[in-house]
Design a protein around this ligand. Sequence first.
Ligand SMILES: [Zn+2]
Length: 167
Amino acid sequence: MESYPDAYLQYLTEIRDMAVPMLDAILRENDLRPVGTGFIDIITQTDRCPGFVTCVSDLGIAIEMVTLWCHCTDENRQRYGCPHGYGGPKCDGGYFSEMCERDSFEITMDALSSSAPGALKHEVHKCNEQAMNYVRYGMKRRSDYSPCFVPGFWLAVPDKWKNSWAS
Ligand SMILES: [Zn+2]
């Protein structure tokens, strides 16, 4: 997080008290739960991605990385030969298998440099469009693509921001 542009980091500091409970609410509304104690590896079924990313973008939080997970269920085992990775968190009907040996998609954050809040939010939307383009098109162009793949979003917030499951 040290690598975030100064303007964005400053902005995060200002919105922190409002943004952390809002992020928790967004996660619960979308029935999502981060894998750890923070706001990284938010594994999201593909059909829920547009709604979730829109909420996060409207809050002014950027996505910095998208990791890949295999949605391992009995049905997907038969259809696609899952699991495609290692162990992972349980979900309805199976678990999400961590594909940590594969490269993740990193979003270029250099653009988050406006000091005007309105302009900065616009830049956040641009970053998050990169993430959605990867979910819609980029990950499907991978040579190893399988329909069981689902993205895990890493929000660009300080490590010390903890989700409400952590406490
Ligand atoms: Zn799979």
